[in-house]
Design a protein around this ligand. Structure first.
Ligand code: IPM
Ligand code: MG
Length: 367
């Protein structure tokens, strides 16, 4: 590719992004008024089928009455495996995407992302195809007074064109995109959450001293939205110092709600999950206006599988994601029961501890 061709490719990318902005606004689904809710179930790769088996067992138990009555439909969706995706050359095969779109919400095991090449991560494709703009990740350590929730922008930043960078002789260029409406909607989601859940502090995290245009816009628009929420104190941080803050026990419990662009959110939420007890512990919600997908925050753990230790995979992250799913579809009582059981279950899943199945048995006994 030469510079002329790169400019033409760049022009197309900009036009595509403009079209994306035009398609952004949608009506929100009201789950209190829906007669049936269809929950799609996708196993994923690696440890995915092992932890999803645990999650489906728990879900089937918690909503048994509604499943029997037909107001909750559980629908397994096949074909989102690395083998099938590579064979078809599609990060999310068309038939799988159609099946997902016929559901209301999705519970999904981790999917493997090939390193390099051009195959996009299935997660990124799904977040974009379903316009799941809010990645919501709670992290709680009650004994330390930590009750964090991260609102990570999920469809823009470095991710939206992450597989569409330009390779020129001797150099490579990737793109980062921040839009006005894309920022407004994630900011609104974070401030609404704060307001409705008695939170008094919201921290915006960027690197606006370096990424002046994109992060500069993100920060400015978040402050504009903040004007509608006078009860919430807003502060600004750069991502580097925030990663340091989170390992400082003297100050970290003072943070409450975090609002941040995509890549910083990716990184900071792994750090936060690790502080909570490991990336195997935190759940993740990907929420759009029409659709929502709930998943483990971690990947498919190929090393654990290679070592033959797959049965020790922790289901805690996907079960925390299930708590978020139940809240999202307004099944508050079931969500609360599961959350309490997760906090009180004495077993620790993992090599040297309980297997996934043993942990799930112990958890079920508490439900
Ligand atoms: C996450 C994951 C994904 C991301 C990967 C699997 C594409 O790390 O959900 O945090 O980078 O967003
Ligand atoms: Mg991540």
């Amino acid at each position: 590719m030469n510079i002329q061709q790169a400019c033409e490719a760049f022009k197309l990318l900009l036009e595509e992004q403009q079209a994306r902005i035009a398609g952004m606004s949608a009506e929100k689904v009201d789950f209190t008024k829906k007669e049936t809710v269809t929950i799609g179930l996708i196993d994923g790769d690696g440890i995915g089928p092992i932890i999803m088996k645990a999650a489906v067992r728990v879900l089937g138990h918690l909503l048994a009455d509604e499943i029997a009555a037909g107001s909750i439909l559980l629908r397994p969706i096949e074909g989102l495996t690395i083998e099938n995706r590579m064979a078809l050359g599609q990060p999310v095969p068309t038939a799988v995407l159609d099946a997902i779109k016929a559901c209301d919400v999705l519970l999904k095991g981790p999917t493997t992302t090939p390193m390099g090449g051009t195959m996009e991560s299935a997660n990124v494709t799904l977040r974009r195809a379903l316009d799941l703009y809010a990645n919501v990740r709670p992290v709680a350590i009650p004994e330390e007074g930590i009750d964090w929730i991260f609102f990570r922008e999920n469809t823009e930043g470095e991710y939206v064109l992450g597989s569409r960078g330009l390779d020129l002789p001797g150099m490579a260029v990737d793109f980062k995109v921040t839009t006005d409406e894309g920022t407004r909607r994630i900011a609104r989601a974070a401030f609404e959450y704060a307001k409705n859940n008695g939170k008094t502090r919201l921290s915006i995290v960027t690197k606006a001293n370096i990424m002046k245009k994109t992060d500069g816009k993100f920060t400015r628009i978040c402050h504009e939205i903040a004007e509608d929420y006078p009860g919430i104190t807003v502060d600004d941080w750069y991502i580097d110092i925030m990663t340091a803050n989170l390992v400082d026990p003297a100050i970290r419990s003072r943070f409450q709600v975090f609002l941040l662009p995509n890549l910083y959110g990716d990184i900071l939420t792994d750090e936060a999950a690790q502080i909570q007890g490991g990336v195997g512990t935190a759940g993740s919600a990907n929420i759009g206006d029409r659709f929502a997908m709930f998943e483990a925050i971690h990947g498919s753990a190929p090393r654990l599988m290679e070592e033959g230790l797959g049965q020790y995979a922790s289901p805690k992250s996907i079960l925390n994601a299930l708590v978020l799913l139940l809240r999202h579809i307004c099944r508050q009582e079931a969500a609360q029961r599961l959350e309490t059981a997760l906090h009180t279950c004495p077993l620790t899943p993992g090599p040297g501890g309980a297997t996934c199945a043993e942990y799930t048995d112990a958890l079920m006994a508490l439900l």
